[in-house]
Design a protein around this ligand. Sequence first.
Ligand code: NAD
Ligand code: MG
Length: 397
Amino acid sequence: MTSGANDKRRLTILGSTGSIGTNTLDVVRQLGGRDRFEIAALTGNGNIDLLAEQAKSFGAELAVTADEGQYEILKAALAGTGIEIAAGRNGLIEAAERNAGWVMAAIVGTAGLAPTLAAARRGADIALANKECLVSAGDLFISAVAEGGGKLLPVDSEHNAIYQVLEEHQRHAVERIILTASGGPFRTSTLAEMRDVTAATARAHPNWSMGLKISIDSASMFNKALEMIEAKHLFRMRPDQIEVIVHPQSIIHSMVGYSDGSVLAQLGCPDMRTAIGYALSHPARPQLDVQRLDFAKLSRLDFEAPDEERFPALRLARLAMERGGAQGAILNGAKEVALEAFIGGHVGFLQMAEITEAVMDALSHMPAATTMDDVFLADEEARRIARQRVEQTAAAA
Ligand code: NAD
Ligand code: MG
């Protein structure tokens, strides 16, 4: 951890205007705000008003919009404040490279890869919300963190839960990890019902309040698919050690099964601030004003096996892990294109998995990435073929 002359912790939040970003700033505020923390940089994309307001109220040194077209608007919004501004991909890298001991990686999608990697390489502790870093760049990203020498602190609630109960000194005794999944809004829907759903219904998550894309990924269980691959890299697990169980209440955030039959779980109300606070204060636990579990009111916890026929994304995650090569990056790139096409109303809900699988099959020969350029190439190829598939699918409809 890097400390300023005044001993405040220096933080950067990549994606501060999103769901994870605003929750992170709330945790920072709860833990003392500007009295205890210095914000090196905040980044957003289109939401300039919020970015400017955050930068002013937390006294950020640098505010960055990923959208170059918004540079002048951000400049006007922060005129006279002394806050530096930047824009575009280079601006994001500048934010990531600025001296801060702890960086929240909360940009959504592949756009988060390059800045998160830049922060990892210079040795910052990385609080990782962006799952695409591990899904697409897996071992390369893990190596970059190891070479930089910072900690990798998982923020995704499932992985944060596992991180909390995976006892490093008993790692040899870990048999399996069990990721819980809420099942999303279509947990009990039939395939026929799922065929015609819209983005507006798909985004209505029963338990968690999240960004648009991850909410729809939760409904299709692509979110869980990404998390299976994420878990494989984070915890060095074989694919057969990674299980998924549907748990509609989202109270158990995930579990670790040990060789003596013990299962350790982390529980809490569905509120990302607990995971964010853990990542910020690790190895200590912060004092947080979040809702406490009331077991008497809860009365029961339910579980059911996931249905891979209705939710083929889970099968695709296993396929990607078994095939290896560049399949993680390909699954993710194709899925992002299919997801955008679904949000735009060009393809149906179930077609997201069909398109993704077709792209994975078409590119099954691509070898594992040995450089980040390989990762970006696999991602671009996957997107190119996925766009063709989207056009064919839309034309056939
Ligand atoms: P969000 O859509 O609410 O916010 C995304 C952030 O990224 C915003 O600050 C936005 O301005 C920025 N952004 C969007 N497009 C960008 C681009 N092209 N370039 C640079 N910045 C861009 O998303 P979120 O729900 O906060 O999720 C952020 C990440 O955390 C995702 O990878 C998601 O999978 C992961 N995650 C989120 C949750 C959650 O509860 N929201 C839980 C686990 C993991
Ligand atoms: Mg999650």
